[in-house]
Design a protein. Sequence first.
Length: 150
Amino acid sequence: MTYLMDKFGGNLSEQITLSGRVKYNWQLNSDKAVSFLRKIEPYLIFKKDQAIIAINWQKQRPPRIRDERGRICVKRKRTVDFDIKVSRLVKILKHEDINTVIEKRKDLIKIVAEFYPLALLKGKSIESCYNAGLSKKVAKLVPLAVIKGE
């Protein structure tokens, strides 16, 4: 944990579980979290969708503005509502595949379209992307022949 703290920063806290064991919680925010996610993203399998959306979300967020006393100014309602939706999507992706989200969560389709590149939906269902309005069908390919080698 100390290596990760030295390399990426963040906060480390120690907690005692109900069973009396010690657990550590390492937390990163904003640019520090993106730096860490970019480093590990090529190696992720199960959490890759979450990481891609979190990285792209953080890249487009407006910078924090501080008043003359150094306090962070209140965000506009539209920005707060959008952040809540993206946060909800990232939490849903803890339990559901991106394909399931595209098929069943119509309220989050625009968020997926904005932060998840369509090129990464390779193995995902063409039908679910089309039905969700993320893409259009432009051609149906039919194989002319199948050649098997030895």
